[in-house]
Design a binder for this molecule. Structure first.
Ligand code: MN3
Length: 240
C-alpha cells in the first residue's frame, strides 16, 4: 500500500509540474493600475498560442491601457477609490476613454487568468456551471458551437463573452473594440475570447476557425467554475 501511495504521490507531483500556473489571486488594484504578471510563462500556452503572440499581447497590447487609464483616474477624484470593475460598471457608458482603457485592462487581465497549458485542462465544466450552460444552451457542445460561431463571424476587432445577464441567464455577448459588457451592468463576463488580429494572426494568419477551435483546449474550466460559483452567479463581477 505504501509503495502504491508513493507512486500516486509521485505521479500527482508530475502532473502538477506539468501544470505550472499561479494560484488565482485578485489584486483588486485601486487608484494606480499596473500590468499584471502572467500566471504562467510565455511558452506554456503553446502549441495553441505561440509564445511570441502571448509575449506581444501581454507586454505591448495589454500594457497599452495602463498609462492612459492612470492618467484618466488621476484627473478626477471621483475615481480614486474604485477598482477597475467599479470604473467600468459606473462610468463605462458615460466616459468613452474610461470604457476603452479600463475595458482593455480588465478584458486582458481576465483572459490571462482564464487560460492554462492544454495538458492540464479538463476540457469541460462540471457542477452548477455545466448545469446552467445546459439549461440555457441545451448542452455544452451546442454552447461551444454557438460561442465559436459568434467569434468567427464577429465583424472587426472585439471580444465574445459567456456572460450572465441581470435576470441570471447565461448568454453570449459580443463587443467591438475593448468595450466591456460590464458597462452599465449589461452582463457579467465569465469567459471571453479576444478576436483582435494581434491575438492570433502571427501564427494562424487568416485561419480564424482554427484559432477559435484550438483555443478551447486552453480554457481553465476549473477556475471558470470557481469564478461562476463565487462571483458571477452571485451577481458580482470577477475581480482581477
Ligand atoms: Mn488583445
Amino acid at each position: 500500500m505504501i509503495w502504491l501511495g508513493k507512486r500516486i504521490i509521485f505521479l500527482l507531483s508530475l502532473v502538477y509540474a506539468l501544470c505550472p500556473k499561479d494560484e488565482y489571486k485578485p489584486r483588486n488594484e485601486i487608484n494606480v493600475f499596473s500590468l499584471p504578471t502572467l500566471p504562467y510563462n510565455y511558452k506554456e500556452l503553446e502549441p495553441v498560442l505561440w509564445s511570441q503572440i502571448v509575449y506581444f499581447h501581454h507586454k505591448k497590447e495589454h500594457a497599452k491601457f495602463i498609462e492612459p487609464l492612470n492618467l484618466l483616474i488621476a484627473e478626477d477624484s471621483t475615481y480614486e477609490s474604485l477598482t477597475v470593475t467599479d470604473l467600468i460598471i459606473q462610468f463605462g457608458l458615460q466616459n468613452n476613454d474610461i470604457a476603452l482603457n479600463a475595458g482593455g485592462y480588465y478584458n486582458h487581465a481576465l483572459l490571462w487568468w482564464s487560460l492554462l497549458p492544454s495538458s492540464c485542462n479538463k476540457h469541460q465544466p462540471e457542477g452548477q456551471l455545466l448545469e446552467d450552460i445546459e439549461m440555457y444552451f441545451g448542452d455544452f457542445e451546442t454552447f461551444k458551437d454557438e460561442f465559436s460561431r459568434r467569434a468567427i463571424s464577429l465583424f472587426g476587432s472585439g471580444w465574445i463573452w459567456l456572460c450572465r445577464n441581470p435576470d441570471g441567464h447565461l448568454i453570449i455577448n459580443g463587443k467591438n473594440s475593448e468595450y466591456s459588457p460590464l458597462a452599465g451592468n449589461e452582463c457579467l463576463p465569465l469567459l471571453g475570447i479576444d478576436m483582435w488580429e494581434h491575438a492570433y494572426y502571427l501564427f494562424y494568419m487568416d485561419d480564424i476557425e482554427d484559432y477559435v477551435y484550438r483555443w478551447w483546449g486552453i480554457v481553465d474550466w476549473e477556475l471558470i467554475e470557481y469564478w461562476y460559483q463565487e462571483y458571477v452567479s452571485q451577481g458580482l463581477p470577477v475581480p482581477v
